[in-house]
Ligand binder design. Sequence first.
Ligand code: GTR
Length: 420
Amino acid sequence: MRLPTMLCAASVLAAAAAFAQRPGFNYDEAKVPSYKLPNPLAFNNGEPVRSPADWTNRRRAEVLALFAEHVYGRAPARPEELHFDLLEQDDNALDGKARRKQAAVYFTADKQGPRMELLLYLPPETAKPVPVFLAPNFGGNHTIHPDPAIRLSTSWMRAQGAGVVDHRATEASRGTSAGRWAVDKILERGYGLATVYYGDIDPDFDDGFQNGVHQLDASRDSGSWGSLAAWAWGLSRALDYLETDADIDSGRVALMGHSRLGKAALWAGAADERFAIVISNDSGCGGAALSRRRFGETVKRINTSFPHWFNDNFTAYNDNEDALPVDQHMLLALIAPRPLYVAGAKEDLWADPNGEFLSAMHAGAVYELLGEKGLGVARRPAVEQPIMNTVGYHLRKGKHDVTEYDWLRYLDFADMHWGR
Ligand code: GTR
């Protein structure tokens, strides 16, 4: 008799701890309001999308434009002056386990202007170009591995104390996020890893869009790019670099992002069809999760906490999700027919793992129209029972994070799709 009581008490405590900071949001499946999702396979004028050509030639562009106009914002094209410098290369890095390269990506002709640094680890013996995982990082390239040769970021860093917005990295932060980066596993399996620091592209605070790459675009309106679109744009610029590197098979770049960077990765993968695989890790609200479910984080909450992430038009949907002309399954559908993987974590209720699953499932209508299988299941699989079709999904045990379990599944998924 005691055991169930104790378990029950423990789970109440765990739930209280998980939700303590964020009261007033719904975490109860029974309280999800009824909703009707917009149909990806109906044109804006209501006519049905009947053929793959209808989707590819017309409807896809409509959906992309709806997300740009109402959610993420319009971004400029690739700058003509974009250019790169290889800053460093070591063919015997990580005790001989890797070839390391570090490159600067200059967004303008001015080398003192906005720029990002790209870190690349490749398997050391690259007889032919290798497929690569590209994933943005939260803390600077030097945080993803203790390797002392990674250049220490000199960019803006996230606040370390109340009111501090312009913190700079120190040596003490080297390798501090290494647990989220399965560098050895990626290399062992024959893939490269490329990463960029998101703060190089756009510092993550609300400054009225003055800093980062927003300064490249003087003509702002309520439909212009927010920070998620800026990070997504930067990921496309990282791919521009990868296309110039003879060691890389740039037709096989898998884009992976976690959390807010999962949202950015999805938008990058939707807008830029050069990304061959797109992976969302715990991306939640404004990422893979359906907005209309209002489970965990909501549109109003995300626009209030992070006024700079989306475009200004998106605030019209605060407490008004049913008026959105899209929902996030249509973002996922923009990845079709390319392989897409959506991952959630059991305890990450703030990101609505069930809403992430349902979104991946509903994107299947477009995959099927295009002759692909989609997710191929109608019910969410059990914890750590991954599904891998053209759309993949898993629910990891544990909390909001990127773990080795996640990376191993992404490697399996890439192996499966790329016949490796
Ligand atoms: C949270 C935010 C989420 C998610 C997360 C993260 O505060 O509510 O949408 O993006 O941050 O990026 O770590």
